[in-house]
Design a protein around this ligand. Structure first.
Ligand SMILES: Cc1ncc(COP(=O)(O)O)c(C=O)c1O
Length: 402
């Protein structure tokens, strides 16, 4: 399995020949939905032509039906736009929506493409602090305070990457209310929506249909990073027409293979998807339970996404949380700094096989025993780590690494 992953996955390739386990990228270590595979295989048997418009050929219809079925939301079929990928679509859209003197709000820490898509348009990206350990997780007064002349939009990541925070009804209503009073557009990236592991996802568009531009897809829910494809829609037909014509030649349209994958993914919540959610939830809880033995670690287990968001206390002066985890138990996480957070934070993506979960759990257990055993003598983490003979050995075991 591992060897196969090195050729397929940049994150596995980066640790090839070592005993490190990469938990730093949002992808799954298992194949996608057989429903999607079968649909793509069928397409590959015939000529790979330009497909008919997706608004007419039932592909946009699959998305529309999904929103009606799952959320009681009537999305106008002609307002659905398919493109080659979510990040690219966001960048192109921001360029259409924002001028250099403008500003866009977002909830930080954040997946880099959320603020980057705003700054790439020449505008100012302004963070509103989100802390998943507090209730509420963010402050509506702060959101309002951050609005300046020239603020045009709020760019949501909902559910939120990296914390996995699922914005609830009250939060979405508060955002809609602020947007209404300040005449802001809400651009809602909902790529993790179908990885809601407890409760139900509430689309922003269900709360503020005229003010929301939704960008989503099956990249995360169906592990389609290798295929791509994205979906965008709004109830505002004028806005969609403007974005469609503005991005017509610069943004690659969804190709037939992406359309086939999206249609298969949206036609149903398949047995695969339901089982995958169970598996991800189980992974999160097993690993979190083990991490909770480490007294210096606070774990946030979100109700959506397959992330764990960790805060590590009492860090050595020069180290960040990701380094402590890597040195302590050979787990590679995504450092908080990648999301604009401080060095205390690290994100783990835990969509891995049962064998790797076993290994992760064993590594953390050994580390936490160590922590506990030195705890009495040296209650602070730097001392514990310093007392360790050496960091977790990133030993070379493969012949391809010299
Ligand atoms: C919030 C968010 N949007 C988009 C993407 C990537 O989507 P795509 O590969 O379709 O561009 C990611 C990947 O991590 C993400 O976290």
């Amino acid at each position: 399995m591992r060897d196969g992953m090195v050729a397929r996955s940049a994150r596995w390739a980066a640790v090839a020949g070592t005993e490190l386990i990469p938990l730093n990228v949002a992808e799954m270590d298992f194949p996608t939905d057989p429903v999607v595979v079968e649909r793509i295989q069928r397409l590959l048997l015939g000529p790979l032509t330009y497909s008919p418009p997706y608004t007419d050929n039932d592909i946009a219809g699959a998305v529309v039906d999904h929103y009606r079925r799952e959320h009681g939301l009537a999305v106008p079929r002609r307002n659905v736009q398919l493109a080659a990928g979510i990040v690219a679509q966001s960048y192109h859209v921001m360029r259409e929506l924002l001028a250099p003197s403008d500003a866009g709000l977002y909830f930080g820490p954040a997946y880099h493409s959320i603020p980057d898509s705003i700054t790439a348009a020449g505008a100012r990206a302004v963070a509103v602090h989100l802390d998943p350990w507090t209730t509420p997780a963010w402050d509506v007064a702060e959101l309002e305070r951050r609005i300046v002349p020239g603020t045009r939009l709020i760019h949501l990541s909902h559910p939120h990457n990296p914390t996995g925070h699922q914005f609830g009804l009250d939060e979405l209503r508060a955002i809609a209310d602020v947007a209404e009073r300040h005449d802001l557009l809400i651009v809602s990236n909902e790529v993790y929506a179908r990885l809601t592991l407890q409760g139900r996802h509430l689309p922003m568009a269900a709360i503020a249909p005229r003010r929301t531009l939704t960008i989503t897809g099956a990249t995360k829910s169906h592990n389609l990073a290798g295929i791509g494809g994205s979906v965008m829609f709004s109830h505002d037909s004028e806005l969609m027409a403007r974005l469609r014509s503005g991005t017509r030649f610069s943004l690659a349209a969804g190709r037939s293979i992406q359309q086939a994958a999206l249609a298969a993914a949206y036609e149903q919540d398949s047995p695969w998807l339901r089982a995958t959610r169970d598996r991800l939830r189980a992974n999160q809880h097993r690993i979190a339970a083990e991490l909770r033995r480490c007294r210096a670690v606070d774990v946030h287990v979100p109700v959506a996404t397959y992330f764990l968001w960790l805060r590590v206390g009492e860090l050595p002066e020069q180290a960040d949380a990701a380094q402590v985890l890597r040195d302590g138990c050979g787990l590679v996480g995504a450092p908080g700094a990648e999301f604009g957070a401080s060095r205390d934070f690290v994100r783990l993506a835990v969509a891995m096989t049962p064998e790797d979960v076993d290994m992760v759990v064993a590594r953390i257990r050994a580390w936490s025993r160590y922590e506990v055993s030195v705890d009495r003598a040296a209650p602070v983490l730097p001392a514990r780590l310093g007392a360790r003979r050496e960091p977790f050995p990133a030993r070379c075991t493969g012949k391809d690494v010299t």
